[in-house]
Design a protein around this ligand. Structure first.
Ligand code: NAD
Length: 477
């Protein structure tokens, strides 16, 4: 028996969870289920994140959470429960398989079978945002080497575990050479450890277009948080129905499994919702806890049901479907077919046991870090960069003003009049001969700025690591 925590959630949650639990039980899953309350009732009871202390206790003890969708109340100070769970439990990987079931479920993509492995904790979703001037706000895109290594290694281990042939990396490192550059660099390093798996790398824009157009080109895709968020919804949608996809959120300790759709309040309580998304999530859970034979049995019975045209309303199509069933009748049809294997749809084979275990992250020996200058960001409502440069040169103190950019575009020296400027200026100070800069030179700039009434809003030190520049050049520099 494996203890798991189950939450029936809101809207269609209870009915699809009941359907899924009955299938799990009849298929022979060995589960000791502890039910907890999350969602609307908890929000209303004053738990602003939608979860009670008892539910936390259960999840932290069972380490496996099967979660039905919840309704997030609109307005008010409610926090997204998913984000809270993901961040608090360190669920670094979001896995979303998107498969088409042609000809039984209507889709333009007959051969689609893609798994998106999305980094779940960092990138722009670290949520570090600031308003810095009247006109400019900023969101920090944080990418870490351990974050990249964990998610990329997970993608390769996933590929091995589930007999997948290829892992594709989606980045935008032609523009973001540091952040996406690191993700791509780590991808190449990790890929070298998996010679049995084919790899390729794509720039995210064309990759997303190809994914929407010819998804059969892709197998496992690994990408950072924001890109993964966008492309996983595209992939689920084009596979035929968002209602068919499940997902897992995996951490070093805990894991959470859920459908990708929401609580669908308009159809709640009508026994018409499709339980497939949650069932697919439960199958991922069974694989995670080492009950793969039960997982295989359920997938095969589901495929038989779909092949026989027994469909819920959301995927029912005249000419393809034969019987329009509700939630509980669909579950009964699956239970009746437990032990059967599909004729046309692929037979499920989960031949590896248990969860994917990653080795501990090993920190590499640190590179030699050398201070080369500082970018000082200034709030200045003027328009002429020459004028700003004249006052900023007064801050030279051994290191000198070498460049001013506005929204990343070089405007001084030799800027173009045509460049539109906001009130947010990046002003770079460096040793003109490229020598190492003494640490004291930086606070000295700040001190002088106060007396010169220059409004510095933040600064970023400029470092080289083992002689390699660790900061971007100005556009046009
Ligand atoms: P939704 O996914 O609930 O519904 C979108 C559409 O898909 C609706 O037409 C709905 O009827 C249909 N649909 C969804 N699941 C279905 C199923 N299993 N079978 C048949 N049809 C199905 O998205 P929404 O309407 O934007 O959100 C409703 C609520 O769900 C909101 O409160 C939202 O915050 C919440 N939500 C929760 C989660 C989660 O708990 N993980 C995820 C997304 C949205």
């Amino acid at each position: 028996m494996k203890k798991i925590t189950v939450a029936k959630g809101d809207g269609i949650g209870p009915e699809i969870m009941d359907a899924v639990l009955s299938i799990l039980e009849q298929a022979g899953a060995k589960l000791d289920i502890e039910e907890v309350e999350i969602g609307e009732k908890m929000y209303m009871a004053g738990h602003s994140s939608g979860i009670s202390p008892e539910a936390w206790k259960s999840i932290r003890s069972s380490k496996v959470f099967l979660k039905a969708p919840i309704t997030t109340p609109q307005g008010g100070g409610y926090k997204s429960l998913n984000v809270t769970l993901r961040k608090t439990l360190g669920l670094f990987a979001n896995i979303r398989p998107c498969k088409s079931y042609f000809p039984y479920v209507d889709t333009k993509h007959r051969k689609m079978d893609v798994v998106i492995v999305r980094e779940n904790e960092e990138d722009l979703y670290a949520g570090i945002e600031h308003q810095q001037t009247d006109e400019v706000v900023q969101c920090l895109k944080l990418i870490s080497r351990p974050g990249c290594e964990k998610i990329i290694r997970y993608a390769f281990e996933y590929a091995r575990h589930y007999n997948r042939k290829k892992v594709s990396c989606f980045v935008k490192d032609n523009i973001m050479k540091q952040t996406d550059g690191l993700f791509h660099e780590v991808f190449k390093e990790v890929a070298a450890e998996y010679p049995d798996i084919e790899t390729d790398s794509w720039i995210i824009d064309i990759a997303a277009a190809r994914l929407a157009d010819t998804p059969e080109m892709f197998d496992v895709i690994v990408t950072s948080n924001l890109y993964g968020d966008v492309i996983s919804d595209i992939a689920a949608q084009i596979s035929g129905s968002v209602g068919l996809a499940g997902s897992s959120n995996i951490g070093q300790e805990c894991a959470m499994f859920e459908a990708i759709h929401g609580s669908a309040p308009p159809i709640a309580g009508k026994d018409i919702a499709n339980p497939t998304g949650l069932l697919k999530a439960a199958v991922m859970m069974l694989n995670h806890i080492g009950q793969s034979k039960v997982a295989e049995k359920i997938v095969n019975a589901w495929s038989c049901t779909i092949e026989e045209g027994i469909h819920t309303a959301d995927i029912f199509k005249e000419g393809i479907s034969k019987v329009n069933v509700g939630t509980s009748a669909f579950a009964d049809a699956i239970i009746k077919r437990l032990g059967q294997t599909p004729q046309e749809l692929e037979k499920a084979v989960f031949d590896k046991k248990g969860q994917i275990i990653l080795p501990d992250y090993k920190r590499r020996s640190a590179k030699e870090k050398v201070l080369k200058g500082v970018d000082v960001f200034v709030d200045w409502p003027g328009k002429n960069p020459e004028q700003l440069a004249d006052s900023l040169k007064k801050l030279n103190n051994g290191i000198e003003l070498t460049m001013i950019t506005n929204r990343g575009v070089k405007v001084w020296p030799n800027g173009f009049e045509e460049t539109f400027c906001t009130d947010h200026w990046r002003c770079r100070y460096e040793d003109k001969k490229g020598n190492t800069v003494p640490q004291e030179a930086i606070p000295a700039i700040f001190k002088k700025a106060i007396s010169e009434k220059i409004d510095i809003i933040k600064s970023e030190n400029l470092y080289e690591f083992d002689g390699i520049r660790g900061y971007s050049m100005g556009q046009g520099q």
